[in-house]
Design a binder for this molecule. Structure first.
Ligand code: BGC
Length: 447
């Protein structure tokens, strides 16, 4: 028998995000976000689904926290909905919005669960989008002001802060590919948005230091692992471009104060540039306390002239895939963590998301999601390999506690370790919940 034993000091947890679980879209003065608008635009989200009710966690947070307690996690990652705090993005604070998060955070603490709070998990107030959204530099100031308000409100209660969730998604996926809100398809716009998001991140970190807020701050980019199909230079370069889009583009500015030339040059050939103003890079380069990493998938890929943005194609070698069609690529998790350590140094890392989509439904009250258990196990082993290789892992938070609103896929894709019946809102613990619970008791995996 082989035993994979984790160190004692790792924090284990689960993650969610406001628009995906809260519902209560019109409650207590919440303003509209770009996701309300997008989801209600015909054709944007599968089946016309939207987050008006979602998992109704706004009203059922106590039940959800009881589940977390039963699960035995140390930490829960939630996000704050900006339009609950500033319904118009700026202006006067909506106290009822702050009160809601006080209730949630207090309840977590009372149950011995540490809150990790994301400030921006994509629900930009629609009123700011109406003024240009992240393309408009004024949104940066509005964000920093929102962050300051929230820091002051929860100072002392929340010790782990994340500025941005997956800036690649809120820039390129949302403004170049167009699959997420606000749904634009313009590369220059996407590059502007990415840059402004990162300035907002950096200025928020500076504000956090200035205000001397208790605790630590970081951000949570999503990474994929792209492995070159062969050792031909053109394959290696195509792969580097593809992976730099996720990694270097969002890491180099933070850790080195510059954008990666491999993509700057590539974008230039397409007539697109980063519009950098004085002070931008210095702000983005502000030191962070920890890095959040969201990892789901990876692939083997190679050069293909004219394919996609980077003359690059994925080669489907027949990997097993989850129910959302993403390759199951646990080795990539290990490789990417080691790569990040080698390239960016010994930064403390929280895995802020890792999980899988399986659509198993309850049968006689039991959800037998063996696919998710395998995924979890394999990724935890990769995590362990990275720890053994010296990567400074502080915590691991699985995505997700609950099945929830999966963005453009609506409610058709389930990532939870707890099943949610969207008609009755009943929660059913899946077999993966029990597997994770057992794992948390021992901190080891038996093979
Ligand atoms: C996001 C989550 C999302 C998950 C699965 C990440 O991209 O941060 O909000 O539900 O992955 O797609």
């Amino acid at each position: 028998m082989t035993i994979i034993q984790f160190p004692e000091n790792i924090k284990w947890g689960a993650a969610t995000a406001s628009y995906q679980i809260e519902g209560a879209a019109n409650k207590d003065g919440r303003g509209l976000s770009i996701w309300d608008t997008f989801a209600k635009t015909p054709g944007k989200v599968l089946n016309g689904d939207h987050g008006d009710v979602a998992c109704d966690s706004y009203h059922r947070y106590e039940e959800d926290i009881a589940l977390m307690k039963e699960l035995g996690i140390d930490m829960y990652r939630l996000s704050i909905a900006w339009p609950r705090i500033f319904p118009k993005g700026k202006g006067s604070v909506n106290q009822l919005g702050l009160d809601y998060y006080h209730r949630v955070i207090d309840c977590l603490i009372a149950n011995g669960i540490e809150p990790m709070v994301t400030l921006y998990h994509w629900d930009l107030p629609q009123a700011l989008q109406d003024e240009g959204g992240w393309d408009n530099r004024e949104t940066i100031d509005a964000f920093v002001h929102y962050a300051e308000t929230v820091f002051q409100a929860f100072n002392g209660k929340v010790k782990h802060w994340i500025t941005l969730n997956e800036p690649w998604c809120s820039s390129f996926l949302s403004n170049f590919i167009g699959a997420h809100a606000p749904g634009n398809q313009d590369l220059q716009l996407a590059v502007n948005v990415a840059h402004h998001l990162m300035i907002a991140h950096g200025k928020t970190v500076k504000k956090f230091r200035e205000l001397d807020i208790d605790g630590e701050i970081g951000y949570a980019p999503n990474v994929e692992w792209n492995e070159a199909y062969s050792n031909k230079e053109e394959d290696i370069k195509a792969c580097k471009r593809a992976s730099a889009w996720f990694i270097e583009w969002f890491f180099d500015p933070v850790f080195k104060g510059e954008y990666p030339s491999i993509l700057v040059d590539w974008f230039k050939k397409k007539g697109v540039q980063v519009n950098i103003e004085d002070g931008d890079m210095e702000a983005i380069h502000s030191p962070i306390d920890f890095l959040g990493i969201n990892y789901y998938t990876g692939s083997v890929s190679r050069y293909k002239e004219g394919e996609g943005l980077f003359d690059h194609e994925r080669v489907d070698k027949g990997y097993d895939q989850t129910d959302i069609g993403w390759n199951i690529y646990p080795e990539g998790f290990y490789h990417v963590l080691v790569y990040i350590k080698e390239k960016y140094g010994d930064i403390p890392i929280y895995i802020t998301e890792n999980g899988s989509c399986y659509n198993d439904e309850p049968v006689d009250g039991k959800v037998n999601d063996t696919g998710r258990i395998d995924y979890l196990k394999q990724h935890l082993i990769s995590l362990h390999r990275s720890i053994e290789s010296g990567v400074n892992i502080k915590g691991y938070l699985t995505w997700s506690l609950l099945d929830n609103f999966e963005w453009a896929e609506g409610y058709s894709k389930r990532f939870g370790i707890v099943h949610v019946n969207y008609r009755t809102l009943e929660r059913t613990k899946k077999e993966s919940f029990y597997w994770y619970q057992k794992f948390l008791e021992t901190n080891w995996i038996k093979l």
